[in-house]
Design a protein around this ligand. Structure first.
Ligand code: ADP
Ligand code: MG
Length: 338
């Protein structure tokens, strides 16, 4: 067979294989888009574990009519003006919407701030319809129906509606911790509703309590340390507060939820002497550093990062948690003595 250029739709479907693994990854991409648009309220509705329907409604700055066709075209983004070295947004690859549009029925309804009215664009099997006038007060509504109907092989690998639903909940919980000023509502016929009310500035710990429970905030210590331009803040559970798996360890790099092996191993190291090997600590760690010292463009799903100086970050995490624990032990023993 001769070498041929792939069709746009096939290219998008190939990208979709990496960007949208399951309904929860679609939710992650769409919620990230809402947050990048400055939304203060985000509503997520699911049906059939997100396979039959996902609807994300936000009150962000919206998309102007003229840009709607670009929003669903690959490699089109409003977020990379500063280049790859200065990524300030959650998204930047311009891949999510076209990928989703290539494997599902996608509809995008939006009213840009200051625009007279709303417009809608539909994408199905890579074909675009619109934009045409639609009704919407403000912000953006994105609907994804029949996810993966176009790629039955992927559909077969999805888990039960219940498992997919709970993966969606998990994604929303993780991202919500990094955006305490935003109200999140997760609802649908296939779940009991979760509402995370926005918390006031300075009360970020309330969001941690909403997501991880007040028993965690009651049984944890605050972290605030810095070393060579890297700052670590957040909350780490007491060694007596542990879980059977590591799913309760939330880590963020410059506000982006990450699942980073090095950070997870640093957490394990910090607690190694204080906890049984088969138990896992609970913690919420925010690492903030110069965007030039960390590469977030490692994987299409953007959950992996590469630090320029991983040893520095590891040392900061292990050192701060150990120091805080030693401090507590010291205070405990002097209190006990006094
Ligand atoms: P990326 O987020 O990497 O730019 P996406 O495919 O996720 O790529 O989105 C493409 C573009 O569509 C974004 O750059 C943004 O301009 C616009 N967009 C997507 N979702 C929203 C939203 N909820 N509100 C406002 N603009 C949006
Ligand atoms: Mg995006």
């Amino acid at each position: 067979m001769p070498i041929e250029q792939l069709s746009e739709t096939l290219i998008d479907q190939i990208a979709a294989g990496e960007v949208v693994e399951r309904p929860a990854s679609v939710v992650k991409e769409l919620v990230e888009n809402s947050l990048d648009a400055g939304a203060r309220r985000i509503e997520i509705v699911t049906a059939g574990g997100g396979k039959s329907l996902l609807r994300i409604t936000d009150d962000g700055h919206g998309i102007p009519e003229a840009e709607l066709p670009l929003a669903v075209r690959r490699h089109c983004t409003s977020k990379l003006a500063g280049g790859l070295d200065a990524i300030a947004s959650l998204g930047f690859r311009g891949e999510a919407l076209p990928s989703i549009g290539s494997v599902a029925r996608l509809s995008l309804r939006s009213r840009a701030a200051g625009a007279d009215g709303a417009h809608e664009i539909l994408v199905q099997g890579g074909r675009t319809e619109g934009p045409r006038p639609a009704a919407l007060g403000q912000g953006t509504v994105i609907e994804v129906r029949d996810l993966f109907h176009a790629v039955p092989a992927r559909l077969k690998f999805l888990k039960s509606d219940r498992a997919e639903s709970s993966a969606i909940t998990e994604v929303v919980r993780r991202i919500a911790v990094a955006f305490p000023g935003v109200r999140f509502e997760l609802a649908g016929e296939d779940r009991s509703p979760t509402i995370l009310e926005a918390v006031a500035p300075g009360r970020e710990i309330d969001r941690v309590a909403q997501v991880l429970g007040a028993d965690f905030t009651d049984n944890s210590f605050a972290l605030d340390a810095a070393r060579e331009g890297v700052r670590l803040t957040g909350h780490a559970g007491l060694p007596t507060f542990h879980r059977g798996n590591a799913l309760h360890q939330f880590a963020y790099v410059n506000g982006r939820p990450v699942r980073d092996k090095m950070i997870l191993s640093a957490i394990r190291g910090a607690y190694a002497d204080a906890m049984a090997r088969d138990r896992h600590p609970v913690c919420v760690l925010f690492l903030d550093l110069d965007p030039r010292d960390v590469d977030v463009n490692v994987h299409p799903a953007k959950a992996d990062v590469r630090f320029r100086d991983p040893g520095l970050v590891r040392g900061l995490v292990v050192g701060s948690i150990r120091a805080a624990m030693a401090n507590l032990a010291l205070r405990g023993s002097t209190e006990g003595a006094g």
